[in-house]
Design a protein around this ligand. Structure first.
Ligand code: SF4
Ligand code: SF4
Length: 150
């Protein structure tokens, strides 16, 4: 279930890897072109990682093996960012309107009043969504990162 960011107290990634099993990550067209052909697929004009059984082919144990090419949708999880939405999801950044939702599939999402640190995390997600940079300090897990493939 996706909830507006203003209803979330805090979140941090503990690198359990469960979202990599639960979801089929969407790819941008550029990501689709740059990842190995055997591990991507196109369906109805949309692009995805091709899972093997329930597993992402880039997952090593519970960790992601493609840190430098990690897809945007994976970097942003559990956040989803839209240009329309409800008031509780509203976030203004540089004069532009964003509507940010958080997927409660991740068991480390805690509901309540947002902490300052969580607000910074939301801002970081918007910056990455806008393509301002790929340097994330709050998103995904910085504790343990596998880089096996590239
Ligand atoms: S975002 Fe949540 S579900 Fe995904 S790896 Fe991190 S802790 Fe696990
Ligand atoms: S690309 Fe990495 S983060 Fe994305 S689903 Fe696969 S293992 Fe998980």
């Amino acid at each position: 279930m996706k909830v507006p960011w203003r209803t979330v107290h805090s979140w941090n990634c503990k690198a359990c890897g469960e979202c990599c099993i639960e979801y089929k990550p969407k790819l941008t067209f550029y990501e689709y072109l740059t990842l190995p052909r055997q591990f991507v697929e196109e369906r109805n004009g949309r692009y995805y990682i091709k899972k093997i059984g329930k597993r992402c082919p880039f997952q090593i144990g519970r960790l992601c093996g493609i840190q430098k090419k990690k897809p945007l949708s994976c970097i942003l999880f559990p956040f989803s960012i839209y240009t329309k939405g409800e008031d509780e999801a509203y976030f203004e950044y540089r004069g532009e309107e964003y509507y940010v939702y958080v997927d409660t599939f991740c068991k480390n999402v805690r509901l309540g009043k947002p902490t300052p640190s969580f607000i910074e995390t939301v801002k970081e997600a918007i910056k990455i969504f806008r393509g301002e940079n790929r340097n994330f300090t709050h998103l995904t897990s910085k504790k343990v990162q596998a880089q096996i493939y590239f």
